[in-house]
Every structure is written in C-alpha cells, then in structure tokens.
Design a protein around this ligand. Sequence first.
Ligand code: ATP
Length: 252
Amino acid sequence: MSRFARVHGVKRATGAYKVLNRQVGKAQEAYSMIQEGDRVAVGISGGKDSFTLMWILRERLSRIPVKYHLEGIHIDPGFDDSSADEIAQYCESMNYRLRVEKTDFGIRAHSDENRENPCFLCSRLRRQRLFELAQEMGCTKIALGHHKDDLIETLFMNMCYTGEIATMKPYQEFFGGEITVIRPLAYTDEKNIAYFARAMNMPEIENACPTSGASKREEIKQLLEGLYKQNPKIRGNLFRSMSRVKTDYLLK
Ligand SMILES: Nc1ncnc2c1ncn2[C@@H]1O[C@H](COP(=O)(O)OP(=O)(O)OP(=O)(O)O)[C@@H](O)[C@H]1O
C-alpha cells in the first residue's frame, strides 16, 4: 500500500481497495492503457466513479514504476455555479490538478431549439470539448470513469435503441491514434466503486441536470437489476459475452 493510500485513510476501505486495485491493474495489463511519460486527462464529473478513477490513478502513480502525469478536467454543463465550485474545492483538498470549463451545454441540450434527446446532445458537446481541452493541455490520453456495469448497459442501450451490438471499449483510439480514450474501471463493478467512495468519504456532488435519473439508461439499469436479482451470475456472463462473440451465429 502506498503512502498516498495510508495518508488518505484507505484502511476503512481495505477490501474494496484491494478489489479496485486488482481490477484496474488487470485492465491496465490487458490493454496497456497508460505508458511511461503519458499525459492523461481525467474527466471529472463530480460523481463517485470519476473521483474513484482519479484517486486510484493517483495512488498507483506513487507505487508502480511507470510515471505519468494527471490533469483533471471538469466540463461544467452550466446548470448552477455551486457544483463546479464544490468539485474544485474537493480536488484542491486532494492536491489534484483540475481545470474547470464553464459551458452552457446542459442548458442548450434542454432548450426548445434542440430536437435531439438532451442526453445525446449534451454528452456529444461535452466529449468534443473534452477532446479539445485535452489536446490543448498536451494530453494524448483521456481517462473516463465508465465501469463494468456501464459497459453492459451500453450494450443493451445500443441493441434496444440503435439496433446495433456494440459497447464502449476500454481502450479506443481516435484521429488515427492522436488521442486515446481509456476506461481503467472497465473491469470494476459499480457496487465496489460505490462502497469504496463511501468508505473514503468522497463527496457525491449533486447533479443539477433535470434529466438525471430519468434517462433511457436508467430504465435499462432497472431492467438489468431485475435480471441480476433472479440470478447473480447473469452480470458476469453478460460482461464475458462481449469478448466471446460468435459471429458465425449472427445474421448477415
Ligand atoms: N461534466 C463532465 N466533465 C468531465 N468529465 C465528465 C463529465 N461528465 C462525465 N464525465 C466523464 O465521463 C464518465 C461517464 O460519465 P457519466 O455521466 O456516465 O457518469 P457516471 O456514470 O454518473 O459517473 P460519475 O460517478 O463519475 O459521475 C465520468 O466518469 C467522467 O469520467
């Protein structure tokens, strides 16, 4: 355990820390996500996933031989002023570097001029800005806090709403490899992250988005939760199925 972990009182979360560390290590190994000298922009939303992501990337840095640089970026969707301030305060207290970018993406996505689903437009604008800022800051990798449950939900979202079989990749290159999105929590269950974040007293900063909690993704989440209650093996099987695709048994 690193000095960073001890200083931040990881003892209370030892079990969850061990699982988190093992699964992040496994993802890193499977995809060689971060290499020596990388400048990594970490997308910080104010929720448990991205705070846990920043924490574990920072903690590993003080323990593993590979050296890299972390830059937090928060894209403020413009609903209120207080959440960005709270995120900045927490990051400062943890000594994380953070850039806050004020935008009106959330407001625009919910205005009458937008004919799309607000979540689609908001996340597209946020992603574009995140890419631009990362490049401006000299980062070639962008780390996002998506976890195992997000990947399974995305598979279902794509099947149900776009008629495609696809998910988010743990390691995904863009613009011919100029920038790479990495998802170091891809092998980690949301439950473990939630337990870890609570035990570590990480703040969960209120999301002022009016669509939050009422999205299509939330419906899929509920559906999956129902399946997992019937048989807990289903989560693992669904996750594994994404890397065991029998294309010969699909339609043309
Ligand atoms: N406003 C934002 N600014 C920067 N990065 C963001 C922002 N919103 C989301 N992200 C990044 O995208 C990831 C997935 O976003 P999503 O909205 O699905 O969050 P989530 O599953 O609720 O996670 P979290 O607990 O981090 O909020 C986040 O973990 C974070 O890395």
